[in-house]
Ligand binder design. Structure first.
Ligand SMILES: [Zn+2]
Length: 462
C-alpha cells in the first residue's frame, strides 16, 4: 500500500539484495518522513548502525535479529528539541503555579538540592521515559552542576542527546548554590563539551545553555555565544514564555526579549529558543531573518498558564518551529504524542481546524527537529545511509483502529504506551515496551532513593 502523493525515492526504496544484516524490521507500515503523506508497506534493513535498505517489498537476505512489525507503523524516532531530564525527580510536585513562581518556589530550590546521584537518577528517569515513548534524540538543558552525570546516563541508556549545563550568574531570589561565577561557569561548560561532544561515536553532543535573559549577566550571555561559536556547538535558551518574564526583561534592559537576545549574539541558525509565546511582529521577523528556531512546548505552556504560541504565524513568516515537552515538573510528561496532539489542535482555535494537520505535527516531531539540531544529514528520516534511529508503534490497540490515515492514527490515536520497539544507532534499546539498556527494577530503586534524599535536602534548606 502506498499513500496518496507518494513518489518512489530511488535508492531509498529499492528492493534489497543484501548479505546478512544486523537487524531487519519486517512488514511494517513505513512512514519515511521524506515527503508529506508518503507511506508504504515494507522492511527496514539495518547494518553497522545505519539504514542500508528500505524496500517496498520483502528484504530477501538474512539478519541477526528480526522484528515483525505487521500491524505497526515504522517511523523515525522523535526529536524533542527542548527537555530538562534533570528535573524529573520533581515531577507532580510543582503544580498550580505560573512560570516565575514555579521557578523560584519549586524548581530552582529543587535543582539546588540535587547532588551528583540525584542528577544521574533524574536523568535516567527522564531518558527512560523519552526512549520508551519513541524519542530517540533530545536537546536537553541541565542544571548548573554535576552535568557529567547526565552524559553518563545518556551514554549508558543509549539515547542520542545534545545537552549542556545551564548558566546563571544573577537572578535575585534564586538559591545561592545556583548562582555561579561567570568565568568559572563558562570554563566548566568548555570542559564538559571537550569531554563529551562527539562521544559514543557522535551520539552525545554539547550545547551551550544560558537559562534565560533574567538569570544571566550580559558577560555571561555574550560569553556563552562566543564559546558556542568558537567550538561549533549549538546554543539553547528560553524566551518569551510568560508575560511577567517579558515585562521583567523590558524593565531590566528597556528592550523586547528577542531584541535583547540579538544584542547579546543569541540569535542565529545555531540557536534553539524554547517557547516564543509572547512575541511582537518585529520579533517574529527578527527570528525569521536570523534563522533562529522556536521550540514549541504546548503542554508546558498550557500547564503553567503561559499562553499559546501562534505557530501558524511563525511558520508563515518563515520561522522554523519544532516540538518539545520541556520539564517533567511543568508538563508533567515527556510525551511527543501529547505535544503533537496539542500542536495539531490548538491552532484551530484561532486559524480553523485544518491549518496544522497530523502530517505537519509528525514532520515537526521528526525531520524538522533534526534540522534544528544540525543533525539532518544523520537522522530525522528513514533513508539509506542515515543512522538507524527509529521506532515501531503498534496501531492495533483500540484507539488506533480500524484504519485510516496513518499520521492521524499516530498523532490523534496513539500515546507512548503504543511504542513497541525503539532503535538508536542500530541498537535495540526498547523491545516490546521494555528498556533493554538497564534493569528497570534497579532503576526504580535508584529513582526512589534519589527522590527521597533530594526532598530531604530541600526541606532542610527551607
Ligand atoms: Zn525549559
Amino acid at each position: 500500500m502506498t499513500g496518496a502523493g507518494a513518489k518512489p525515492t530511488g535508492e531509498a526504496r529499492k528492493t534489497a539484495s543484501f548479505g546478512r544484516a544486523d537487524l531487519v524490521i519486517r512488514n511494517g507500515l513505513i512512514l519515511p518522513m521524506t515527503s508529506m503523506g508518503e507511506f508504504f508497506t515494507g522492511d527496514v534493513v539495518i547494518d553497522d548502525g545505519r539504514i542500508v535498505a528500505v524496500p517496498t517489498g520483502s528484504f530477501d537476505g538474512a539478519a541477526n535479529l528480526e522484528i515483525d512489525a505487521a500491524g505497526a507503523a515504522v517511523l523515525p524516532g522523535f526529536v524533542q528539541a527542548h527537555v530538562h531530564v534533570v528535573q524529573s525527580l520533581l515531577r507532580h510536585q510543582a503544580d498550580g503555579l505560573e512560570l516565575l513562581d514555579w521557578l523560584r518556589r519549586r524548581t530552582l530550590p529543587y535543582e539546588a538540592a540535587l547532588d551528583g546521584d540525584g542528577v544521574e537518577a533524574a536523568a535516567e528517569l527522564g531518558i527512560t521515559e523519552l526512549l520508551t515513548g519513541g524519542t530517540t534524540c533530545a536537546l536537553d538543558f541541565g542544571t548548573t552542576h554535576n552535568h557529567d552525570r547526565v552524559f553518563r546516563a545518556a551514554e549508558r541508556l543509549g539515547i542520542r542527546i545534545v545537552s549542556g549545563k545551564t548558566h546563571m550568574d544573577r537572578g535575585g531570589d534564586a538559591p545561592e548554590a545556583l548562582i555561579e561565577d561567570t568565568e568559572l561557569s563558562l570554563a566548566e561548560a568548555e570542559g564538559l563539551g571537550s569531554r563529551w561532544h562527539g562521544a559514543a561515536d557522535g551520539r552525545l553532543q554539547y550545547a551551550v545553555a544560558p537559562r534565560f535573559a533574567l538569570s544571566c549577566s550580559a558577560e555571561m550571555l555574550q560569553g556563552c555565544a562566543a564559546l558556542a561559536r568558537r567550538r561549533g556547538w549549538l546554543l539553547q535558551s528560553h524566551a518569551s514564555e510568560n508575560r511577567d518574564e517579558v515585562r521583567e526583561v523590558r524593565a531590566m534592559s528597556g528592550l523586547g526579549n528577542i531584541e535583547f537576545l540579538r544584542r547579546h549574539q543569541l540569535l542565529g541558525a545555531d540557536v534553539v529558543l524554547a517557547h516564543g509565546v509572547h512575541l511582537e511582529p518585529d520579533e517574529i521577523t527578527l527570528l525569521a531573518k536570523t534563522g533562529t528556531t522556536i521550540c514549541h512546548c504546548p503542554g508546558t505552556n498550557l500547564k503553567l498558564a503561559s499562553g499559546i504560541a501562534d505557530i501558524v504565524r511563525l511558520r508563515q513568516e518563515g520561522v522554523r518551529v519544532v516540538l518539545g515537552a520541556d520539564g517533567p515538573p511543568c508538563n508533567n510528561r515527556l510525551s511527543m504524542f501529547h505535544e503533537m496532539q496539542l500542536a495539531a489542535t490548538l491552532p484551530g482555535l484561532t486559524h480553523g481546524p485544518t491549518v496544522v494537520g497530523a502530517w505537519h505535527a509528525l514532520e515537526m516531531a521528526t525531520r524538522i527537529g533534526a534540522e534544528a539540531l544540525g543533525l539532518s544529514a544523520e537522522i530525522g528520516t528513514l533513508e539509506v545511509g542515515k543512522r538507524a534511529d527509529l521506532q515501531v508503534v503498534d496501531l492495533n490497540h483500540w484507539s488506533g483502529l480500524p484504519g485510516g490515515d496513518p499520521a492521524s492514527r499516530l498523532v490523534f490515536g496513539c500515546s507512548p504506551q503504543a511504542v513497541r520497539d525503539v532503535v538508536v544507532d542500530g541498537r535495540l534499546v526498547v523491545s516490546r515496551g521494555r528498556l533493554q539498556s538497564a534493569s528497570e527494577d534497579d532503576l526504580r530503586l535508584r529513582i526512589a532513593e534519589a527522590w527521597k534524599a533530594t526532598l530531604h535536602r530541600m526541606e532542610e534548606a527551607v
